[in-house]
Ligand binder design. Structure first.
Ligand code: SME
Length: 162
């Protein structure tokens, strides 16, 4: 199986890219039970496909988020509950799309290059947030409901038992 996620033409719109990469990710993860391996591979696939500035995981740990597998510049290691976009998404138990990080009160600038952002929470069986996917772009207005839809599918692929 090819793992060349950049093989789609650059004109392919992002929905096509997601539809191309998600089945490949599912196939890559088949039979792998290690959670860190699943998270890491998913983040690498996302970074390869879109070349976003930063893609990564924040894991819920007591009253903090702790950075998990990621691709991109060094980022904050811990984010308190309710702080920044990630902490707010955790608190509100819902995804947040930020078209312009400068307009989001309390945004935590791990990289000065970040201009827009999406954070999508993943829920455990008790409906509590277990981890979040955070994706940062160096362009304004990068993320919309298409990203939300497919990042939720990506979370399903990561957490599903196979
Ligand atoms: N911008 C995030 C912090 C994490 S970095 O973007 C990787 C926030 O405000 O929560």
């Amino acid at each position: 199986m090819s793992t060349n996620f950049t093989s789609l033409s650059t004109s392919a719109d992002k929905e096509e890219k997601y539809m191309f990469l998600l089945p490949q990710l599912k196939s890559l993860l088949k039979g792998e039970e290690d959670f860190v391996a699943r998270l890491s591979t998913a983040m690498a696939v996302l970074k390869e496909a879109f070349d976003f500035l930063w893609v990564g995981i924040y894991m819920v740990n007591d009253r903090n988020l702790i950075v998990g597998p990621f691709q991109g510049p060094v980022a904050c290691l811990r984010i308190p509950f309710g702080k920044g976009v990630c902490g707010k998404s955790w608190e509100q138990k819902e995804a947040i799309i930020v078209p312009d990080v400068d307009q989001f009160p309390g945004h935590i600038a791990c990289s000065s290059l970040s201009r827009s952002e999406i954070v999508v929470p993943a829920f455990g069986e008790n409906k509590e947030v277990v981890f979040l996917i955070d994706v940062d772009s160096s362009e304004l207005n990068t993320f919309d409901l298409i990203d939300l839809k497919y990042l939720n599918q990506l979370i399903e692929i990561i957490i599903e038992k196979n």
